[in-house]
Design a protein around this ligand. Structure first.
Ligand code: MSP
Length: 667
């Protein structure tokens, strides 16, 4: 079968409970899995837990448990969390499983036999958080690990090393010729990283120091480095090396990660594959961080949000929608409760929910809940169909590029237009006039569009889509969850047991083929009642409760000086951008809309109209903050912020002193 889609999440460390950051990656994978299933692909979706290494051994010890007891408990918590969030993974891998251990030992022996490893004595600064020796560049000015803000331990020991440098030229060549890493600025980051010689990778840990790992098959005194073990999970599950079908999955493998683990996935793993003579994976999708304020949400900073609590308060679909809508894939996004509530109230309750509610209740009141026949279509009816189809097509185009935020915005334009169409065509007035045929045609057109919205949105809003599609009788009955062991994955790799997760049986009948079928649901179909899909959230009440909870907590970072670190500064992506076009924004005296090249084309809305005429700016080079979260200003999406200086005499934009290539980095 050539239509295969293999998608993976990182396997999460079991020293932390699942938080919103983990949930985001897993929800993105689940969304993509559903999207490709509805496109007719055979999908295999892998997630799991990373259970070896120092971190885990120490966390178990801290709780007075054996590592085995400890990892069993937390792995179960991950599974339960994903089940409660309705994640339909195909397989959950645990690196402590026998199957995985066998694959890791096979790989270690193969590379050892090929002469890829050598024994050497090494001394240097070892960080227990990173679980590896650090280079001097990875220490800050105080000699602490930059990531963990902890002092490394000076160690001297004999270990096995893997000569990565041998493959650096190949990797550079491969990455520069193939668009494997997406978004492409992460590919650039990796290419920069491998400009310099790569230090050898230490692939072993002496058992005298750490025994919680997979033993080296060629030296019983050592276990392997946790990353060497973990990365191989992507191969274990598809049957490598015994089941030849692993290669079909591998040719379609897509790995989702956040930027924290770019180096192991984009440098170590490709080199491991090359040394094993395994082809490169198909794609590495890299996203940014969910931040709390300006800090990464993480267990070590103690600023995590629980995905389960959030879903219990607001609903699973609502949280999925917010996460996918408010993060531009690849960039960081700041988690904000008011923004979440606003998305629920404005987009889900007002735009989408309201469209559905008023259409279905009008149908019930005036047509006995039965889909009326078509009358003649007017120009307006056709225009409506075109807009809906265009919105859906754009949505489908943006999805595989993981531009969920733009995909959803495109679809929402169609949803908002459906509200405009119903207001303009006012079927209630036609009914009052006794013109049921015209009212029925408008209604019928909207109901078919609602069916298409629900179907298109199934990957993002699976629960409400299933409720709606069964109310519209497009699905046989109200969804019921059944065990997936009755062949959810038609031909999953033979070496692993079938999926333990569940999938609604009805969802298997869904297909995007029905997206443009305006005769579905058919005339004469009786529609079932369904309550409000997205109840409005009382923002004031929620925020007050939140403040009460916050007030009880000690403000953890209150004594932090008001400095930013060099790493925080580096996160700001400042770029040279050339202004291609500029115009005033209608109805906003202070705003100009600029189209710039940096070098990709984007638009920036800036409050500089009092100081600059649009023509003055065309052709000028300016500096923009390129990784600012896109925001809507007066209804126009601004994809960056221009830098300017202001004093009592007015405002001046910042321009490079000499002409520079659009896109050149400023820093
Ligand atoms: N065990 C390794 C991965 C091995 S994969 C072969 C690991 N585990 S982890 O538990 O630390 O998970 C890291 C991943 O969790 C990130 O790459 C990302 O997918 C997710 N996230 C953790 N915190 C996050 C944010 N604050 N924001 C977004 N994603 C986050 O690294």
């Amino acid at each position: 079968m050539d239509k295969r889609f293999y998608i993976t999440t990182p396997i999460y460390y079991v020293n932390s409970l699942p938080h919103l950051g983990h949930a985001y990656t897993t929800i993105v994978a689940d969304t993509l899995a559903r999207f490709y299933r509805l496109q007719g692909y055979e999908v295999f979706f892998l997630t799991g837990t990373d259970e070896h290494g120092d971190k885990i051994a120490k966390a178990a010890e801290a709780q007075g448990k054996t590592p085995k007891q400890f990892v069993d408990e937390i792995a179960n918590t991950f599974k339960e969390t994903w089940d409660k969030l309705g994640i339909h993974y195909s397989y959950f891998i645990r690196t402590t499983s026998d199957k995985h251990k066998r694959v890791v030992q096979h790989v270690l022996q193969t590379l050892f036999d090929k002469g890829e490893f050598y024994l050497d004595e090494y001394e240097g600064n070892y960080c227990f958080g990173c679980e590896r020796f650090l280079t001097p560049k990875e220490l800050d000015e105080k000699g602490l690990c930059k990531d963990h803000k902890a002092p490394p331990v000076y160690l001297r020991e004999k270990n096995y090393f893997f000569n990565l440098e041998k493959y650096r030229a190949w990797l550079k060549d491969y990455l520069s010729k193939n668009e494997v890493i997406y978004p492409s600025f992460y590919r650039e980051e990796v290419l920069n990283l491998i400009e310099e010689p790569l230090p050898p990778l230490c692939i072993s840990r002496p058992k005298t120091r750490l025994s919680w790992g997979i033993e080296l098959p060629f030296d019983k005194d050592y276990v392997t480095y946790v990353w060497f073990d973990a990365l191989l999970n992507y191969l274990t599950v598809i049957g490598y090396p015994d089941d030849p079908s692993w290669q079909d999955y591998w040719a379609n493998s897509h790995h989702l990660i956040a930027k924290d683990i770019l180096r192991p996935h984009a440098v170590y793993f490709p080199i491991m594959l090359k040394a094993l003579e395994i082809p490169m994976y198909k794609k590495l999708f890299v996203h940014g961080y969910w931040l709390m304020g300006s800090l990464k949400m993480s267990k070590s900073l103690g600023n995590i949000v629980s995905p389960l609590e959030l879903s219990q308060t607001f609903g699973v679909d609502q949280v999925r929608y917010y996460l996918l809508r408010d993060m531009a894939f690849g960039y960081d996004a700041e988690f904000s409760l008011p923004n979440l509530i606003n998305r629920i109230n404005a987009d889900l309750a007002n735009d989408y929910g309201n469209l559905v509610n008023r259409t279905l209740s009008f149908l019930e009141r005036n047509f006995d809940g039965t889909i009326p026949p078509w009358g003649e279509l007017t120009l307006e009816d056709r225009e409506f169909r075109e807009k809906v189809e265009r919105g859906i097509i754009r949505y489908l185009e943006e999805f595989p590029r993981l531009n969920f935020h733009t995909a959803l915005e495109e679809l929402w334009q169609a949803i908002r237009f459906a509200n405009v169409y119903i207001d303009r065509e006012a079927p209630w007035t036609r009914v009052k006039e006794g013109n049921y045929q015209r009212a029925g045609t408008v209604l019928r057109n909207i109901i078919s569009a609602i069916k298409s919205f629900a179907l298109a949105l199934y990957p993002v809003l699976p629960n409400s889509s299933l409720t709606l599609l069964s109310a519209l009788s497009v699905l046989p009955s109200t969804p019921s969850l059944i065990s997936s062991s009755t062949s959810v994955i038609p031909s999953s790799p033979s070496v692993i047991p079938s999926s333990p997760s569940v999938i609604p049986s009805e969802a298997r009948n869904l297909s995007f083929k029905d997206l443009f079928n305006w005769d579905l649901p058919a005339s004469g179909t009786k529609i079932k009642r369904c309550g409000p899909l997205f109840p409005r959230v009382d923002e004031e009440k929620i925020l007050k409760e939140e403040q009460k909870v916050e007030a009880k907590k000690e403000p953890e970072l209150k004594d932090e000086p008001q400095y930013i670190t060099i790493d925080e500064f580096r996160r700001i992506d400042l770029r040279v951008a050339k202004v291609l076009f500029a115009e005033k924004v209608a109805g906003a005296d202070r705003l100009l809309r600029l189209e710039v090249s940096c070098p990709e084309k984007r638009q920036v809305v800036a409050g500089i109209a009092e100081y600059y005429e649009p023509q003055e700016l065309i052709g000028k080079e300016i500096i923009i903050v390129a990784n600012l979260k896109p925001a809507k200003i007066k209804g126009i999406v601004s994809e960056g912020m221009l830098l300017a200086a202001k004093d009592a005499d007015g405002l001046a934009i910042i321009i490079p002193e000499k002409e520079k290539e659009p896109g050149a980095k400023v820093g």
